[in-house]
Design a protein around this ligand. Structure first.
Ligand code: GDP
Ligand code: MG
Length: 306
């Protein structure tokens, strides 16, 4: 009989919630920690809607990152749902990492989050990001200010986009998650299904091409997914916008914009799947989806009651 018991006892596994104000670099950091693109990164505020998880394996440890939507003062119903999702992610986690943008320091939003973290049971880490943009001398004061609000177990200084300091964070977390069996198969890099991944890729392309012309609530859904006999995949997607004027923007002159979005998305989805993809992208107006519970469910969010 092979002695599997001993091997299992050595494994570790845990959830790590990444929290912080919008644009501090949470998605970039998760991507750097996992080493694979799992969540869209874009200069536009509030593009992360889902509790996307990336999974890193370091020696015997499996680390599941929850890349939460930014936590900000919620006014609209969608915003409140995002905030609730972010905090429920933090509540389930073994570790919570607060990401602070070194150029912004402990601004109002970050202070709010740091205060709220005080009550969380999880071990807290402070991650100062974008250190490539500031003078070293400024960092000590920032670390002191953050720890005065909430005592952190450890502090790390990183540049998520350059990769500096990221390995230290990964190694520390690998040692800090609890002993236990892995929750995901060893080769799994993200629990996002291919359909959701494909929708996120298209959504990212749409935002990259249209910048500020679209509200961040615009979504993309994968309607159908067919594996064909020749090894390729036929994917149908719909981009939903709130107004007719936005639909025209997405279509572009003579359909040129939607064609460009679709081509860029097809290329990346195909690379990610490792097989040819035929992508059919449509755009539809869907008014008032903000108050439609079904839309929240497909995004993995709770529908707030008021
Ligand atoms: P999130 O909203 O917190 O998920 O932030 P993102 O990961 O989407 O990053 C916001 C912006 O900051 C993007 O333009 C990133 O390229 C940029 N960024 C992230 N990390 C760094 C960093 O270490 N250095 C610099 N200079 N820029 C960064
Ligand atoms: Mg993000």
């Amino acid at each position: 009989m092979p002695d599997v018991g001993e091997k299992e006892a050595a494994t570790r596994c845990g959830f790590v919630a990444i929290v912080g104000a919008p644009n501090v670099g949470k998605s970039t950091l998760v991507n750097a920690l996992v080493g694979t693109k799992v969540s869209i990164v874009s200069p536009k505020v509030q593009t992360t809607r889902m509790r996307v998880r990336g999974i890193a394996v370091v020696d015997q440890s499996q680390i599941i990152f929850v890349d939460t939507p930014g936590i900000f003062a919620p006014r609209r119903r969608l915003d409140r749902a995002m905030v609730a999702a972010a905090w429920s992610g933090a509540g389930d986690a073994d570790l919570v990492a607060l990401v602070v943008d070194a150029t912004r320091g402990m601004d109002e939003e970050t202070v709010l989050i740091a205060n709220r973290l005080g009550s969380a049971k999880a071990k807290k880490l402070l991650i100062i990001n974008k250190i490539d943009l500031v003078k070293r001398e400024l960092l000590l004061a920032l670390v002191a200010a953050a720890n005065a609000l909430t005592p952190f177990e450890r502090t790390f200084m990183v540049s998520a986009s350059k990769g500096d300091g990221v390995a230290d964070v990964r190694d520390y977390i690998a040692g800090a998650v609890a002993a236990g069996p892995w929750l995901f198969p060893a080769d799994e890099l993200s629990d996002l299904s291919d359909r959701v991944m494909a929708a996120e890729v298209t959504r990212e392309k749409m935002f990259l091409k249209l910048h500020d012309e679209l509200p961040y609530q615009s979504t993309v859904e994968t309607d159908s997914w067919k594996e064909l006999a020749d090894g390729s995949v036929r994917v149908e997607q719909t981009a939903f916008v709130e107004r007719e004027s936005q639909r025209k923007i997405v279509l572009g002159e003579g359909g040129s914009m939607i064609k460009a979005i679709s081509m860029a998305a097809r290329k990346e989805i195909s690379e990610s799947l490792g097989k040819p993809v035929h992508l059919f992208l449509h755009v539809k107006v869907r008014g008032d989806w903000e108050n439609d519970p079904e839309r929240y469910r497909t995004m993995g969010l709770e529908f707030p009651k008021e």
